[in-house]
Design a protein around this ligand. Structure first.
Ligand SMILES: C[S@@+](CC[C@H](N)C(=O)[O-])C[C@H]1O[C@@H](n2cnc3c(N)ncnc32)[C@H](O)[C@@H]1O
Length: 272
């Protein structure tokens, strides 16, 4: 069978995004989109290849995100390995990263809580040469994080640890940064099925009300700060007021919120 006929047949038969099928074709045959459109009509594919693509198509039909099928995702123009143990990096997290990049330099010591694939720790280490300790609770996510640390050659700057929010040894940091799980139980019920059914619940659910982990980060962080240390957290669309109150009652000052492209307060910065 010719590749172009297989492509046409598949998009007519299955409720899948044609762009995702082109990504799979690229993964399996190494053909770029342009190469597919120019050579797809002459390229023959074997029964074995058809079987392989059909297995991936079945996963797409089950709403599995394409990044889990390819095992990678681009963030901030860099490639990162992902699998089902980590959240697929979201473009809105660039806001948190950009604030972190502005707030830090090579002399900064940074703690990241919940690195997942490691996008934040790795990019601040790579771009600003800052030293990062990163604490992840999910062992499988920590393995992916370590693979990405190798991929980006930053193992000299990053200490990945398996723990619950804070490092087991008391160390002080200039910046504590986190994109924590912040969805409530009710929000979990209405998010896209591909997210709810395929992305790790430990990366999404922040507790019954959604802000429980954020609250634990705010109340637990003061003993880990150097004087004047800064806390940077990505938050949910409806958490600004609650987060302001917990920050104030834990002695934080200079509380600033940064809006995302939809005008929603998405990141908070506060000084201790
Ligand atoms: C929303 S994801 C963010 C991942 C990544 N930093 C990013 O921005 O794409 C939250 C991460 O926090 C981790 N996590 C959840 N609870 C944690 C805890 N109590 N201690 C440490 N990490 C935790 C999750 O496993 C997940 O990797």
């Amino acid at each position: 069978m010719k590749l172009s006929s297989f492509y046409k047949e598949s998009i007519n038969k299955h409720p899948i995004n044609p762009a995702d099928l082109l990504i799979l074709i690229n993964k399996i045959f190494g053909l770029s989109k342009e190469e597919f459109w120019s050579h797809g009509t002459s390229k023959k594919i074997s029964e074995e290849d058809i079987g392989k693509i059909n297995e991936y198509i079945a996963r797409l039909v089950e709403n599995e995100p394409i990044s889990y099928l390819t095992g990678e995702k681009e963030f901030y123009s860099e490639k990162f390995f992902v699998d089902r143990s980590v959240l697929i990096p979201r473009p809105e997290t660039e806001l948190l990263l950009e604030i972190l990049l502005k707030e830090s330099d090579r002399s900064s010591s940074i703690l990241e809580i919940g690195p997942g694939s490691g996008i934040i720790s790795i990019l601040v280490a790579k771009i600003n040469k800052a030293e990062v300790t990163a604490v992840e609770i999910n062992r499988d996510a920590l393995d992916i994080f370590k693979k990405n640390i190798q991929l980006h050659s930053v193992s000299n700057l990053i200490t990945p640890l398996l723990a619950d929010l804070f490092p087991p040894v008391k160390k002080k940091f200039d910046i504590i940064v986190s994109n924590p799980p912040y969805l409530s139980e009710s929000a979990m019920k209405i998010i896209d099925t591909n997210v709810r059914e395929h992305e790790p619940v430990t990366a999404l659910l922040g507790g019954k009300k959604g802000y429980e982990i954020i609250e634990r980060i705010i109340t637990g962080s003061p003993v880990y700060f150097n004087y004047g240390g800064k806390l940077l957290i990505e938050i949910g669309y409806d958490q600004k007021d609650y987060v302001t109150n917990i920050l104030k009652s834990n002695g934080f000052r200079d509380i600033i919120f940064y809006d995302d492209l939809s005008g929603i307060a998405r990141v908070v910065k506060a000084t201790r």
